[in-house]
Design a protein around this ligand. Structure first.
Ligand code: AMP
Length: 440
């Protein structure tokens, strides 16, 4: 077991680490910090919650040491505004006892303040790729002194289609003697390609086998027949205020998010907020902040906005819907069990969603235990249309596995070769309609 002293960090960083309450390095920090400090390019496979941010921020700060010149010498790229702000806070915290300057660049607000800050002189930029290129192309930024480049959540950067901007950035920053660090929760082929383009003879460090949920998360499944019963189960679980004290409820669509939020507000103890892409930036930031401070007990979220959110001591992640993108499951449950806290991740699974669970279990290389429904939870009959939607989805899965399979609901007008799971969105929308009628 190593200590932060072993890394030969300057006193001002050790003091900041102590103040942040870190007593010993997490495994990713133990592995990545010495390599990054030695100047290597690095691939870090680590999820949010493992302490990965400090594992690149500390070597970066050590390298830059003190404020110098006017133009940035390091760039940290991240996929979302929320993550940029979070990394920026980490930089702020760990650089407290230095004069290093950093600026966060993200969209959703006018560029004026950001440009002014850059004007004042900056050592580190923490940025979304889009806003960085936007500001650069206005001529407001000199990037020729950049010697360190970090990409955080590279898998998400790829998923969100940032590759063109990343390419442009790589073209305008110096390639000579540049140190590159790439962090990603998972390592799909597209991230591998990016790393080949971006890194030189990288060292690879990995804290858990790829896409394996952090060990501190206890996962379980409830098999729930329909939407209405899911609502009952949610209400039942949340009655335990002590255990379920800080909960994120994940859903797949904005409509469901809004409906569940309204339901929680009316029926469940404690404050609730909802975050999804339709909500204003400020309302999202405030919700996350208040949730982090413990002023809010329940946060309802969709995947887009929740990625990378750094909130400590989330007691439970409830997957009200099973995510259709398997890797989102890993990211969702990464909200709980952060650093050294233990958390629980619960998924509500209907008969169609079981097929997604199979994919998820394959990805995380483990079986998620199924727990029987608490007997107090009223189980309602499945409405006809909801059942048809589920059966249709099941047919799709079966047809995917066996193209000759003819289910009860095969779509006559569609070409038999259409592979996409067409019924998904429709199914979800209908479900929320049931919800709207009954609960609204
Ligand atoms: P990250 O994976 O970077 O999002 O970090 C997850 C959380 O762990 C953040 O709240 C960090 O402040 C915290 N953290 C990072 N390193 C340590 C450490 N060595 N000991 C305790 N907490 C840490």
């Amino acid at each position: 077991m190593s200590s932060f002293e072993d890394f030969k960090l300057n006193r001002q960083f050790l003091n900041a680490i102590e103040e942040a309450g870190y007593t010993q390095p997490t495994p990713i920090q133990e592995k990545a910090i010495p390599l990054a400090m030695a100047g290597h390019d690095l691939i870090g496979i680590a999820q949010t919650g493992t302490g990965k941010t400090a594992s690149f921020v500390l070597p970066l700060l050590m390298k830059l040491k003190y404020a110098q010149g006017k133009d940035p010498r390091a760039i940290i790229l991240a996929p979302t505004k929320e993550l940029v702000m979070q990394i920026s806070e980490n930089v702020e915290q760990l650089s407290t006892y230095t004069d290093l300057r950093h600026v966060a660049l993200y969209g959703g607000v006018g560029p004026k303040t950001q440009l002014e800050k850059i004007e004042e002189g900056v050592d580190i930029l923490v940025a979304t790729p889009g806003r960085l290129m936007d500001i650069y192309s206005r001529g407001g930024l000199v990037l020729k002194h950049v010697k360190t480049m970090v990409m955080d959540e590279a898998d998400r950067l790829m998923d969100m289609g940032f590759m063109p901007q990343i390419r442009s950035i790589l073209e305008v920053i110096p390639s000579k003697k540049r140190q590159n660090l790439l962090f990603s929760a998972t390592f799909p082929p597209k991230v591998e390609h990016l790393s080949e383009e971006f890194l030189e003879f990288p060292e690879r460090v990995e804290v858990t086998p790829q896409a394996t949920p952090v060990e501190t998360v206890k996962q379980l499944i409830y098999e729930v027949p329909n939407f209405r019963t899911k609502v009952h189960l949610l209400e039942h679980l949340l009655q335990d205020v002590e255990r379920f004290n800080r909960v994120i409820v994940f859903v797949n669509t904005r409509t469901t998010a809004d409906n569940i939020f309204k339901f929680l507000e009316r029926k469940v103890e404690g404050n609730a907020r909802v975050i999804h892409a339709n909500k204003g930036q400020n309302s999202r930031i405030n919700a996350i902040k208040e949730f982090g401070e413990g002023k809010i007990r329940l946060l309802v979220a969709t995947d887009v906005t929740a990625r990378g959110i750094d909130i400590d001591q989330v007691s439970h992640v409830i997957n009200f819907d099973v995510p259709h993108v398997y890797e989102d499951y890993v990211h969702r449950i990464g909200r709980t069990g952060r650093a050294y806290n233990v958390g629980e991740a619960i998924a509500f699974v209907n008969k169609a969603e079981k097929y997604y669970i199979e994919g998820i279990e394959e990805l995380i290389r483990m079986r998620i235990p199924v727990e029987s429904m608490p007997s107090e939870v009223p189980v309602t009959d499945t409405p006809k249309q909801e059942n048809i939607d589920m059966e249709r989805l099941i047919d799709k899965f079966k047809r995917k596995a066996d193209p000759t399979f003819k289910g009860a609901f095969h779509e006559k007008k569609k070409k038999p070769s259409s592979k996409k799971v067409q019924g998904k969105a429709g199914g979800k929308k209908r479900k929320t309609k049931h919800f709207g009628r009954r609960m609204g």
